[in-house]
Write a new protein. Structure first.
Length: 235
């Protein structure tokens, strides 16, 4: 895959304003809803990941790599699953560099930079989560030619990394990036018309997920260590 770069000077004042709007409202929304691991990661990366401007990936990579060994790899958008698994196995998280417009604040068909960076990156500073992501990539790349296992892994990714919940002493909290980057999803998780099941890797890998609508089935973990252990013992 060709190496792409973020062209930082190309961002407009309007795009920086949209980033600030997205960042400020979601940080406020997540204060009592996101898990401490996510909030701590956001705090640690704050010098390069904040509301004031779109993050410069070079600056953010310096902080992220120092904290976890991960870096951000610029991609044009959705990429082939083989490339995705390979990047994760190398501790490189794929991110687009385009940002939604003001009239797309609450819905996108394809993940943008706010989802990729604000949603995914803060958790990577947590060792167990970091190890889970890298191991997930290794397993995916190893099994990339097995269509059935790839589908199972995509389901696992969806119900954990994208839409996972975690039990905490303070109650149910969010860690999945599809929720942390979405006001609508964040509020919906605490509604009464959802099902939250205990983490069950086998059940998850046998469960289809919804892409085009709000979620109604979620799985909750006890800890990030539980996620990592479920991969180590299963593959």
């Amino acid at each position: 895959m060709d190496q792409l770069k973020q062209i930082y000077d190309a961002y407009t004042d309007e795009e920086h304003k949209v980033w600030k709007l997205l960042f400020d409202r979601q940080v406020d929304n997540l204060k009592d809803k996101a898990c401490n691991e996510y909030l701590k990661g956001l705090e640690l990366l704050q010098p390069a990941l904040n509301a004031e401007r779109i993050p410069d990936f070079e600056e953010l990579n310096q902080l992220l790599e120092a904290q976890s060994g991960w870096t951000i790899e610029v991609v044009p958008g959705l990429i082939p699953v083989d490339d995705f698994f390979e990047l994760l196995s190398q501790k490189k998280f794929p991110s687009s560099t385009w940002l939604r417009s003001r009239n797309q604040l609450d819905y996108l068909e394809e993940p943008d930079m706010f989802h990729d960076i604000f949603g995914h990156i803060p958790q990577l500073v947590h060792p167990d989560y970091s190890n889970f992501m890298q191991k997930f990539g290794e397993i995916g790349y190893k099994n990339r030619h097995d269509k059935e296992k790839v589908i199972q892994l995509q389901r696992l990714y969806w119900f954990t990394i994208e839409f996972g919940l975690i039990d905490t002493p303070l109650g149910l909290r969010i860690y999945g990036a599809g929720i942390t980057s979405s006001v609508k999803e964040t509020l919906h998780v605490f509604a009464k018309d959802i099902t939250v099941a205990p983490y069950d890797k086998e059940r998850i890998m046998d469960t289809d997920y919804i892409i085009s609508d709000i979620q109604y089935l979620y799985f909750k973990i006890k800890s990030f260590a539980e996620l990592y252990d479920s991969l180590v013992t299963a593959w």
